[in-house]
Design a protein around this ligand. Structure first.
Ligand SMILES: [Zn+2]
Length: 489
């Protein structure tokens, strides 16, 4: 899922000039406001954004375009009721989910549940995977970005164009310690007959795939497991990102069959205005859902029966808000929690009391402190600000409290409802849980003389049921490419 918090974005209009709006939300539910705070919705009859008003709890168009003065009766910051928001979210969300398992209630498959902390569905997180990426153009919007630009961004060795840290293929090779070789064939551009705005409410995915097949293509190439299922389909559309309807960057299930092959997950994002804007962050994030079935580690604010928003693990993971770092050109690494669940690194236990040393960028190992609960443990990682961690808000040792049965929707930290993966923020401020920020300079442990963490520090290493996990850490060295620390009893 691809989420936006209070970002100012430019929106094109069919019958008006581009407008700047403040956006909050994701592909399932979003809300736009004018810069001075009036809720705006796109009126497809008029072809322009209009001030919203409320009818039966729903936001509807007042048919007064936002370049005019807002009518007196309309108040600022209009919102739909939480019940309506939930209903709209549920109806969109169900589209992206695989068929529910017959033995489990559907709701539990969202972020927590039986799949070892990962989302339900088909995983292709190891081996050689060739994704199918299709460039799409509209009758009114062509792309300045070439197929060669996209191929380079997805596949090249030592890719650094437009300031990107690496290509998508290099990113996953690095994160998976060489276990996943994910490249993409780039096809197209496929020219769609209608203007871009038409496809906001009418998805083009099936039409485009049928067109690709009509042109002649060997689908077996995209089925790494030989199951008659296409591993990964990515649509990239011409022009800047449109945060509306089916064009909002997202990944979903897609029901499509051809020549004995069926589709599974797809993702969609934009090519941007020109090649300078190409960045790997969101493509990697959505691929993390598609290939590895990684859950989002931020808090939607409307899932699993919890309506309060929080920051999850903030910018410290690609699958939280780390995909946006450095404008998506140096997304943060995938946190140790998810790399471990993917089964890529080997586990190194840090339960014995002694001095340990962890290197930044060592993606071949994760350092785990096990507890008596199989599903609950701590992971320790060096997040010194270099390499893919260059743009993190903090530098030093990260300690995560993990529970594969938790949900990052639950910011409350109670025995029954708590995060699946939470960062023990060194400053004890709980800014991520309180949704105060998505990370700050005090989050990681840097140069701590004496006790840094124990059962009676803030934050503490108590288990979610309040009992002592036994993890105590002292003498953490200065943030650097290698960090040492003592585990003591
Ligand atoms: Zn996501």
């Amino acid at each position: 899922m691809s989420s936006i918090f209070d970002e100012k974005l430019i929106f094109p209009q069919e019958n008006g000039k581009d407008v700047e709006l403040l956006v909050n939300g994701d592909e399932f539910y979003s809300r736009c406001e004018t810069i001075d705070g009036y809720t705006a919705i796109y009126d497809t009859d008029i072809g322009e954004f209009c001030f919203a008003e409320k009818a039966h709890g729903y936001l509807v168009s007042s048919r007064i375009t936002i370049d005019r003065k807002p009518p007196k009766k309309i108040k600022r910051h209009l919102r739909e009721s939480s019940e309506i928001r939930r209903r709209k979210f549920d109806s969109r969300f169900s589209l992206m989910q695989p068929e529910p398992s017959p033995v489990l209630p559907f709701d539990t498959l969202r972020t927590f549940g039986p799949n070892n902390g990962l989302l339900n569905g088909r995983r292709v997180s190891t081996g050689t995977v060739i994704g199918l990426t299709i460039i799409v153009e509209f009758a009114d919007v062509k792309s300045e970005v070439t197929k060669a630009d996209v191929e380079s961004m997805l596949n090249d060795d030592s890719y650094s164009s437009q300031g990107n840290y690496c290509s998508v293929r290099e990113y996953f090779s690095n994160m998976s310690n060489g276990e996943l070789d994910y490249s993409n064939d780039v096809l197209g551009p496929i020219m769609l007959p209608q203007n871009r705005q038409y496809y906001v409410n009418r998805p083009f995915f099936v039409d485009v795939l049928n067109e690709i097949v009509a042109q002649g293509i060997d689908l077996s190439r995209y089925d790494s497991l030989g199951e008659g299922v296409i591993d990964a389909i990515s649509f990239m559309y011409a022009g800047r990102t449109l945060y509306q309807g089916w064009l909002w960057p997202h990944n979903h299930m897609l029901d499509w069959n051809s020549n004995g092959y069926s589709s599974n997950f797809y993702q969609i994002s934009s090519l941007g205005l020109n090649a300078d804007g190409l960045s790997i962050g969101t493509f990697c994030h959505e691929s993390g859902h598609m290939l590895c079935r990684f859950p989002d580690l931020y808090d939607y604010g409307k899932r699993d029966g919890d309506f309060q928003k929080s920051a999850g693990v903030g910018r410290y993971c690609l699958m939280s808000s780390g995909n946006h770092l450095d404008s998506g050109k140096t997304p943060s690494s995938i946190s140790a929690y998810l790399r471990d669940l993917a089964g890529w690194p080997k586990r190194v236990k840090v339960n014995s009391p002694k001095k340990y040393e962890i290197a930044q960028g060592n993606y071949s190992s994760v350092y785990i402190y096990e507890t008596d609960n199989l599903n609950e443990y701590y992971l320790i990682e060096n997040r010194h600000t270099t390499g893919l961690d260059s743009h993190l808000p903090s530098s030093g040792l990260a300690v995560y409290h993990c529970d594969t049965l938790g949900s990052n929707e639950y910011q409350g930290g109670t025995p029954a409802k708590h995060y699946q993966c939470g960062l023990l923020q060194a400053d004890g401020q709980l800014d991520l849980e309180r949704n105060y920020n998505t990370g700050d300079g005090g989050d990681l442990f840097d140069n701590v003389q004496g006790i840094a963490l124990s059962h009676n520090t803030t934050p503490s290493t108590l288990l979610w049921d309040g009992s002592d996990s036994g993890l105590s850490i002292k003498d953490i060295s200065e943030s650097d490419e290698k960090i040492t620390f003592d585990v003591f009893e």
